[in-house]
Design a protein around this ligand. Structure first.
Ligand code: GLA
Length: 385
């Protein structure tokens, strides 16, 4: 972190912070729009993330300040169950509300947040701030929640307090991430395996479209509803809890019950993407990065044409990558509708890639994308120095 949060905390609150914690963001390597359909996803934590500094106060209030946002707020503990407009602080407010509803006696705390995940970039800045808050409270007050419970609490904040019907992937990834490993998570059973990510001669490039994700939440909820419609139709013929219980072969036997083309496309993406994750896990285990890269391109194509969550900006990046000799795979990552793409880029070509992609992107889109090379980081921890 290039910021001294202890110093900033003192400037804001005129006292020392008691503790500072870090929680990462995430990228999803493959398995998009799968988590709420009960299938396999493959995210990993990244080195960008959220820091939170905390100290108690005697005012029976929770104060929320952030170095990223001008608007700050203070909430008395008896109104912690109310949303504060569309404010960023709703994420920590929602988490505290869940803890209090669960009978935890927490009160009077000053928070200072700082994040270096670009907001709204699809790298899970929201899951990162939720888990940053949950992890900080759990550790600081020794509340005894296990990691999976923190994940579930954060997900219910997102679903019930914020109003996004998201799956569990983001909160899980930022909590369970480990250095240089991807998580292969079964979103139905929540069983998971950590897989070594040995990129050999390649690095993971993250390319931010810099397109603002307005209306993204309502379109996201629309996709969730479309999958539920597909599931309902399929259930007239077979008994399923989730779309991802179907392999592509089995789906082909029953897909005739879905007559609406859009709904059929959505379900086709889900079923095939889930199969791709199974394959991707094998290729990664076997060290076949080229095959993994091909699956990334196939995933993007399906998200573009069948699931329709990509867009001109993401497609421009992936098109560029497909024509660039030193990239072996690229795709959008996260919910889509803007946000970020990821690419497997040959080491040593970082500058060349950035230059040529920037020219190409500016020419087609009119403003630049942002390019980062990211390490695969680990889940939350206490900052000790
Ligand atoms: C967002 C959601 C996740 C997941 C992805 C798409 O990041 O928060 O739950 O559905 O989109 O894969």
């Amino acid at each position: 972190m290039n910021i001294n949060l202890q110093e900033k905390f003192a400037e804001q609150y005129h006292k020392k912070a008691d503790a500072i914690y870090f929680t990462p963001g995430r990228v999803n390597l493959i398995g998009e729009h799968i988590d709420y359909n009960g299938g396999l996803v493959m995210p990993c934590a990244i080195s960008l993330g959220t820091w939170v500094a905390i100290a108690p106060n005697n005012d029976n209030k929770f104060r929320f300040k952030s170095l990223n946002f001008d608007v700050q707020t203070a909430v008395p503990s008896n109104t912690i169950n109310e949303k504060d407009g569309n404010l960023w602080a709703n994420y920590p407010i929602g988490v505290i509300n869940e803890f209090i509803k669960d009978g935890k006696e927490i009160n009077g705390l000053d928070f200072l947040f700082y994040g270096n995940i670009p907001i709204g970039s699809g790298l899970s800045s929201s899951a990162s701030i939720e888990i940053a808050t949950a992890y900080a409270l759990n550790t600081y007050f020794n509340l005894g929640y296990d990691k999976l419970t923190l994940v579930k609490i954060a997900k219910s904040v997102e679903n019930d307090f914020i109003g996004l019907n998201s799956g569990i992937m983001d909160q899980f990834a930022v909590t369970f991430g480990e250095k240089n490993k991807a998580i292969v998570l079964d979103c139905e059973t929540l069983k998971y395996k950590m897989v070594d990510v040995d990129l050999g001669n390649y690095v993971l490039a993250i390319i931010n479209t810099n397109r603002s994700r307005e209306l993204a939440d309502s379109k996201y909820n629309e996709r969730v509803a479309e999958c539920q419609t597909a599931l309902k139709l399929l259930n007239e013929e077979i008994n399923l809890r989730y779309l991802c219980e179907l392999t592509a072969e089995k789906f082909a036997l029953h897909s005739h019950v879905i007559t609406d083309k859009t709904i059929l496309n959505r379900a086709t993406h889900v079923v095939k993407e889930n199969d791709r994750v199974h394959l991707a896990a094998k290729t990664l285990n076997g060290g076949d990065l080229t095959a993994f890269g091909r699956l990334m391109y196939a995933s993007h194509e399906s998200l573009r044409t069948l699931y329709e969550v990509s867009g001109k900006e993401l497609d421009t990046i992936v098109d560029f990558c497909a024509g660039y000799n030193h990239v072996i795979g690229a795709r959008m990552t996260g919910a889509g509708f803007g946000g970020c793409a990821i690419a497997l880029l040959e080491k040593g070509f970082e500058e060349d890639f950035a230059k040529h992609l920037t020219d190409y992107y500016v020419d087609k889109i009119g403003y630049p994308a942002a390019i980062y090379v990211s390490g695969i980081g680990s889940g939350p921890y206490l900052i000790t120095d």
